[in-house]
Design a protein around this ligand. Structure first.
Ligand code: HEC
Length: 112
């Protein structure tokens, strides 16, 4: 019984950690979903970190105030100035860049 569970676990672990090696034809749709999930997680963390971090020294600036490229630069600048850990800065960047895209402005002109 234990042995069966153990083998199942190993097979599952191998399948998820090295899909390209274990499967000759990886499922692109599943990979795309996994990438989307990871991005959604990062944006969620970034939104929280943005609220916690970016209003410490000055008023919050709306994500729609700048282009994604400008947020990229600004967060790099603030990361150095405020000594924000790199992974946190990447999360905040992902949130701000995603929230500032023109597509969302068109769909949601009020920005709410
Ligand atoms: C340690 C304090 C501090 C923290 C934390 C901080 N900032 Fe700033 N921020 C400043 C100061 C000081 C300035 C003005 C001087 C400058 O640009 O260096 C500024 C300026 C800005 C500007 C205007 C820059 C421009 O070019 O118009 C933006 C936008 C900005 N911050 C966004 C952010 C964001 C986003 C975060 C979170 C990632 C953040 N700040 C965190 C201190 C901080």
């Amino acid at each position: 019984m234990f042995r069966t569970l153990f083998i199942t676990g190993v097979v599952l672990a191998a399948g998820s950690s090295s899909a390209a090696l274990a499967q000759p034809a990886p499922d692109p749709a599943a990979q795309a979903r996994a990438a989307e999930d990871a991005l959604a997680d990062q944006i969620g963390r970034g939104a929280e970190a943005w609220v916690d971090t970016c209003a410490r020294c000055h008023n919050m600036r709306s994500p729609t105030e700048m282009s994604p490229e400008d947020w990229d630069m600004t967060v790099n600048h603030m990361r150095v100035r405020a000594n924000i850990p790199g992974d946190l800065a990447e999360d905040i960047k992902a949130f701000l860049m995603m929230s500032s895209t023109p597509i969302e402005e068109t769909e949601n002109p009020d920005g709410n």
